[in-house]
Design a protein around this ligand. Structure first.
Ligand code: FEO
Ligand code: CA
Ligand code: CA
Ligand code: CA
Length: 690
């Protein structure tokens, strides 16, 4: 019998309708204001943001773009981290992507002397020479921002200009390569570049998506689509086969395994006139070395793809935690810490058919380490075991350790591992070798504070990655035009899976799982709308996921490109329950002439009492990071890339914007849309959501 759900919250607001408005829409009784937006200055010594692209390279002193994962850190009287509420705090957040970098320049992005362009992260483009200033602005808006926040005299949350805690970590900040002592020399041998021929340090963090917060009070920035930043010129010579096999698996420089490069996907950062002599630009070109060793950056891609630990209250050098594996890190969530037990961190690799991983520390948790900064990080995040998840058909699963001692790894033919350092750095290959379960794009994880169960969003899949004949019990849905809308194959609306470690132990190597929720359009029909969603709670493509420690509400954020005719992206509140509380449902994936897989999974239809739409974003935006004040009376939410479908200026001479938020609601200069953090409060001052 299924265990009874723990006593949980009730949802105390009226669900809102879907929206296509260019504003944040909230339930009655709730209000929002902007805390900060892309380009806001952190120091008063530089000009306020123009929102016209007029800035020089001051982005190391401005809030970055594409706000993503974030967390709040209270500061104690000694200026160190406080696990409980104080009267000072910093808000720390990731700045994910360059996808809207055309807004940073007066007339869009420029290459080959032609302005008015917009480069997508995954574009192949002409690689005409790019202006240095444009590239530096684009590199420096990436990374992480730290800004002190607090309530002003009218009780409204704002960021504090000129706080000594205000700080930026960017795509070229120095980083420390950290890992298990026994393998550190081997790890460094993979990191040798012209920047540091010892491999002990590297430059920059990129494409930080979801995040994590450690129990000792540091911030984990997660490097997701870093692979897309590297370039090999057409016709350049491939590096050695082993390196190419690694790059192929990670999508670096998108070149064939042998022969010469034929495609040019990248951000164009190595396309400046000075790239041959200035390695701030040259390092993005990862072809075989040119004339001088000073330009040898073949290993530069090995320096990205990690969990990056930052102490938000010091200026210390961030650490790349190699023990936690290298992949397209979406987020890192710590299981409920138990004194005297190892800590577990759960991590998704967000690409189609990728995996869920767990890192278990060797050190056991001691509350004496709270406030211990990066030194505590060295204790917990360097030594440990890295596992990957296999979901069995029966609602059970297992964690398989990625260790060179496993014959499946040491004997893997596709990629021959040199040592355990190689296993960590090429974790995707190791996970392939042990037969982990390929998932429908694992995005954020979150831990239910009521019972320690772990939830993960599977944002979506397509027919190529999840054909009707290629489902499994944990990814059971592949559309067969069930609703007559033409979708055959794939799981375009996504689902949320959850699991419970055996005996609740961080060190467990087995777990129980079920499916919590399936995304769908409310009128899609019962064979797609498996969770019985209605007009007040239907959604697609779950991405951000977070539990309030105050209310226990599970908050779900969407990043949806398939449902935007119906609604902008949204934030929903759910009452979680527990693994196994939902009964069993069978899915038949069968299309005329093609037999699919029949899967029985355990899952619930959540009624409106347990799932309600709380927020809808402005046009073109994705709803990303979320955190709360310690009293639960304020939640912070990130609105990422409003107006992302604004075309390039060259094809859009009047520069018509898909969105003009937040300028259109009175925050900052009107015109170009900007990512921003909002703070949501109740007009009666009450706790959010209940
Ligand atoms: Fe950056 Fe997986 O979203
Ligand atoms: Ca994004
Ligand atoms: Ca995401
Ligand atoms: Ca996403």
């Amino acid at each position: 019998p299924a265990p009874a759900p723990p006593a949980g919250p009730s949802l105390g607001f009226t669900a809102i309708d879907k929206s296509l408005l260019d504003d944040v829409v909230l339930p009655a009784g709730y209000t929002y204001s902007v805390v900060h937006a892309t380009g806001d200055r952190l120091v008063s010594s530089i000009p306020a943001y123009s929102n016209t692209g007029a800035e020089t390279d001051e982005w190391t002193m401005r809030v970055g773009d594409h706000h993503d994962g974030m967390d709040l850190y209270y500061i104690n009287a000694s200026g160190r981290y406080s696990a409980t509420e104080t009267n000072r705090a910093v808000l720390v957040m990731n700045h994910e992507s360059s996808a809207d970098a055309h807004f940073f320049h007066p007339n869009g992005q420029t290459s080959g002397g032609v302005a008015g362009k917009k480069f997508s992260q995954f574009d192949s483009w002409d690689l005409g020479v790019r202006p240095e200033l444009e590239v530096l602005k684009e590199i420096n808006h990436h990374g992480v921002s730290v800004a002190e926040v607090g309530k002003n005299s009218s009780g409204r949350w704002e960021y504090k200009l000129d706080s000594l805690y205000n700080r930026r970590v960017t795509g070229q900040s120095p980083m420390r390569i950290a890992g298990p002592a026994a393998h550190l020399a081997d790890i460094r041998s993979f990191m040798v570049t012209a920047y540091d021929t010892s491999g002990a340090t590297s430059r920059g963090t990129l494409n930080n998506c979801g995040h994590g917060k450690t129990p000792w009070g540091t911030y984990l920035a997660c490097e997701e689509n870093w692979a897309a930043y590297f370039f090999m010129p057409t016709g350049s010579t491939a590096v050695d086969t082993k390196t190419q096999t690694s790059r192929q698996r990670y999508g670096v420089a998108r070149v064939p395994l042998s022969g010469t490069a034929t495609s040019a996907g990248s951000q164009g950062w190595s396309a400046t006139a000075s790239a041959a002599t200035d390695n701030r630009f040259g390092r993005w070109n990862v072809s075989a070395p040119g004339a001088t060793a000073a330009q040898d950056f073949r290993n530069e891609p090995n320096t990205f793809g990690y969990i990056v630990e930052i102490d938000p209250l010091t200026n210390g050098t961030p650490a790349k935690r190699v023990a936690m594996g290298r992949f397209a890190h979406e987020a890192a969530v710590c299981g409920l810490p138990v004194v005297g037990q190892p800590l577990a961190f759960y991590m998704g690799c967000d690409s189609r058919n990728e995996y869920i991983y767990k890192f278990v520390s060797t050190a056991v948790w001691s509350e004496a380490d709270i406030g211990g900064g990066s030194a505590a990080g060295d204790k917990y995040l360097n030594e440990g075991r890295l596992y990957v998840a296999r979901f069995n058909d029966t609602g059970s699963g297992e964690w398989i350790e990625l260790n060179i001692a496993n014959p499946l790894i040491s004997g893997y033919a596709t990629y021959v591992f040199a040592n355990q350092a190689d296993v960590l750095i090429n974790a995707r290959h190791a996970a392939d070798a042990v037969g982990a379960t390929k998932m429908d794009r694992p995005e954020w994880g979150a831990v239910n504070p009521a019972n320690g169960e772990i939830y993960f969003t599977m944002t979506n899949s397509n027919n190529a990655s999840r054909p009707v004949t290629g489902t499994n019990a944990a990814n059971p849905r592949s559309y067969t035009d069930n609703d007559g809308r033409g979708q055959v194959g794939g799981n375009p609306n996504g689902h949320i899976i959850r699991f419970r470690e055996t005996a609740g132990a961080s060190t467990a190597t087995t777990f129980a799982w079920d499916i919590f929720l399936f995304g769908a359009e409310e009128d899609a029909g019962a064979s797609i709308n498996l969770s019985g969603l209605n007009a007040k709670n239907d959604f697609s493509s779950p991405d951000g996921l977070w539990f309030s420690k105050v209310t226990g509400i599970c908050w779900i954020q969407t990043d949806d490109g398939a449902y935007t005719d119906q609604s902008n992206c949204m934030l929903l509140a759910a009452i979680p329950g527990s693994v196994g509380d939902g009964g069993a449902i069978t899915v038949n994936n069968t299309v005329a002439g093609v037999s699919g897989t029949q899967n029985t999974f355990i899952g619930a239809a959540l009624g409106e009492a347990r799932l309600r739409r709380f927020l809808v974003s402005p046009r073109g935006a994705e709803v990303t990071g979320i955190t709360e004040s310690a009293d639960g009376r304020a939640i912070f939410v990130n609105i990422q890339h409003p107006g992302e479908n604004t075309p390039a200026i060259g094809t859009n001479p009047s520069f018509t914007f898909q969105s003009q938020w937040p300028g259109n609601v009175g925050y900052g200069p009107a015109g170009r849309p900007r990512s921003a953090t909002i703070v949501i409060t109740r007009t009666d001052g009450g706790v959010i959501g209940v």
